[in-house]
Design a protein around this ligand. Structure first.
Ligand code: DC
Length: 226
């Protein structure tokens, strides 16, 4: 039994709402929320800053090990990511960082580094952790695993809506293309590809609301945490 509760693993493709849903679930059950995508993004951002090749696994791992990683408490259930004392926020959602994070996430050494850090962050439980390989690789022993899915078109439509709400330009065809390419890269890679763990609950949110997804997971939590 873990000290602070169970581990809830939420995996799924880009833009499916894992973070939104994960944070809402974490707030409802009083758990911490950890986005592992943010960790890959932070290292990718630093690699771009340092001008490192995004294919050099050895140098990237060296860089990751030399950095001081902190997770100071942010707003809500989610911690911020800070590298050598610099809290990273908006820069992590830049498109160049998205692409770079997907590229470095292919590398075996980088993935091992991330897995160790993520296991440390969740070992005591009381955590909702989202990513691509949490249920299948980082916490194969998670007490509750969710695989959240939605069609690429539905994910692109939602993304367009979010951008428009923020008054930002949004091109549906371009966004759909970006989503399809990132899916292919994340599912097609050799090391810990995006995939549903055998014992994960499959939730397709194409036709149901975020609220319904959250209710379903909170219901599963009540049964799993008994
Ligand atoms: O969820 P996200 O878009 O913030 O993730 C950024 C990239 O990191 C994504 O393209 C795939 C990778 N990633 C991963 O390979 N494994 C994880 N557990 C989380 C993210």
């Amino acid at each position: 039994m873990r000290q602070k509760g169970i581990v809830i693993a939420i995996d799924g493709p880009a833009g499916v709402g894992k973070s939104t849903v994960g944070k809402l679930v974490a707030s409802r059950v009083g758990y911490r929320f950890v986005s592992t995508g943010k960790m890959y993004r932070a290292l990718a951002w630093k690699a771009l800053e340092a001008g490192l090749s995004l294919e050099d696994d050895g140098r990237l791992v060296e860089l990751a090990r030399a950095l001081r990683w902190d997770f100071p408490k942010g707003a809500g259930p989610e911690a911020d990511v800070s590298l050598d004392g610099r809290v990273l926020a908006l820069e992590l959602s830049e498109e160049r960082v998205s692409r770079a994070s997907s590229a470095i996430a292919k590398l075996a050494g980088v993935r091992l580094f991330m897995k160790e850090m993520q296991r440390q962050a969740g070992l005591d439980g009381g955590v909702v952790m989202e990513g691509r390989d949490i249920g299948s690789n980082v916490f194969p022993d998670a007490e509750l695993k969710i695989y959240l899915d939605a069609s690429p078109e539905a994910r692109a439509r939602r993304r367009v809506g979010q951008l428009k709400e923020q008054g930002l330009p949004a091109d549906y065809a371009e966004i759909l293309d970006f989503i399809v390419k990132r899916d292919a890269q994340d599912s097609g890679r050799k090391n810990n590809p995006l995939k549903k763990a055998d014992d994960a609950h499959y939730l397709d949110s194409t036709a149901i609301s975020r609220e319904e997804v959250v209710e379903t997971i909170v219901g599963l939590f009540a049964a799993a945490a008994k």
